[in-house]
Design a protein around this ligand. Structure first.
Ligand SMILES: *[C@@H]1O[C@H](CO)[C@@H](O)[C@H](O)[C@H]1NC(C)=O
Ligand SMILES: *[C@@H]1O[C@H](CO)[C@@H](O)[C@H](O)[C@H]1NC(C)=O
Ligand SMILES: *[C@@H]1O[C@H](CO)[C@@H](O)[C@H](O)[C@H]1NC(C)=O
Ligand SMILES: *[C@@H]1O[C@H](CO)[C@@H](O)[C@H](O)[C@H]1NC(C)=O
Length: 289
């Protein structure tokens, strides 16, 4: 008899322990998503300290007391810049997301509209770009177009490509203020032919960091690509060698590494002041060895 009681006590303890663990697992996945958000913001709120408890000490975050899941993020009007990480849509207990009146740029993660618990979201008054986010009928939203740079309807093909280029640079605000809507020929430092095809991207001396997107190769009429005097890292995408009309590629004075791809002799390539041919960092070298 005593043994049976002990066994069932053990079973109950294990069950409770399992539940406790699964609750912990859920909230730690949410904590990871919030950590991603913190990394994506240029300056996260000062109370968002590494190792701090997301639910009790992070300003603007509310959690369910029973499940430990994040249920509300209220960061409206906090002067935040940066982007929204795709992992935001893994917050599947989120009910309210208030982001209006900041300086956020880049795309809204497509999965955000599919969070079933979402009831109330505000995004107006930012510099968000790309496809307009869609939400279920029961979700209260503000006027998402107000202040933002979403494409009305479907994004133009060149817009989609140029936003990939902006993504490589981390969607800087200096571009997001102008790279909005569906007519890239009016965008800052983008120049088109009369036909509407992009002819030149002149982003020299533009305080850009990040990488050069291989998507540029899809702008098949591109004649000049000037990216000198920035802080671009990574390699020059091989795909750029396929641009049939390229006349000038100027990437001088950046921090580019790897090998300079082989361009057709008709292309003038300016590439001084980079780190081509540098040894790969020790971590990637040890992978090769
Ligand atoms: C949505 O949330 C905002 C901010 O908390 C609030 O002002 C508004 O009334 C809410 N809308 C609905 C329909 O609950
Ligand atoms: C790049 O910077 C150098 C040195 O500051 C300057 O002389 C040059 O004019 C700049 N070039 C462009 C294209 O901005
Ligand atoms: C350059 O970009 C950084 C962020 O990447 C920003 O903090 C800084 O203010 C920018 N400088 C200028 C002169 O725009
Ligand atoms: C390379 O340049 C030559 C002229 O210098 C031109 O005839 C040829 O079509 C170009 N090839 C490509 C792939 O652009």
């Amino acid at each position: 008899m005593a043994a049976t009681t002990q066994e069932s006590t053990t079973a109950v303890t294990l069950l409770l322990l399992a539940c406790y663990c699964c609750l912990l697992a859920a909230s730690s996945a949410d904590a990871d998503a919030i950590a991603d958000l913190a990394r994506s913001l240029a300056r996260p709120p000062p109370s968002w300290t590494a190792g701090g408890d997301v639910c009790s000490s992070f300003k603007g975050i509310s959690c369910s007391s029973s499940s430990g899941r994040v249920t509300a993020i209220d960061l409206a009007g906090m002067g935040l810049a940066g982007t929204l990480p795709t992992s935001l849509s893994s917050l599947t207990a989120l009910e309210s997301l208030q982001l209006a009146g900041n300086a956020l740029s880049g795309m809204v993660p497509p999965g955000l509209g599919e969070i079933p618990s979402l009831r109330n979201i505000s995004l107006s008054g930012n510099y968000l770009q790309g496809p307009v986010p869609r939400f279920a009928a029961g979700v209260a939203t503000d006027d998402v177009f107000a202040g933002n740079g979403f494409c009305p309807g479907q994004c133009d093909a060149q817009v989609t490509i140029l936003l990939q280029v902006a993504e490589g640079f981390g969607y800087p605000l200096s571009l997001a203020r102008s790279w909005r809507g569906n007519d890239p020929c009016r965008w800052y430092r983008v120049f088109c032919y009369k036909s509407g095809d992009v002819a030149m991207i002149l982003l020299y001396d533009a305080n850009l960091s990040g990488t050069i997107s291989p998507a540029i190769a899809h702008l098949t009429q591109l004649r000049r690509l000037e990216l000198s005097n920035n802080s671009l890292a990574g390699e020059i995408p091989e795909s750029l060698t396929t641009l049939p009309n390229l006349e000038l590629l100027d990437v001088s004075n950046n921090m580019l590494t790897g090998q300079l791809p082989k361009f057709n002799a008709s292309v003038r390539v300016l590439s001084d002041g980079n780190r081509f041919g540098d040894e790969p960092p020790p971590s990637s070298r040890s992978v090769i060895l």
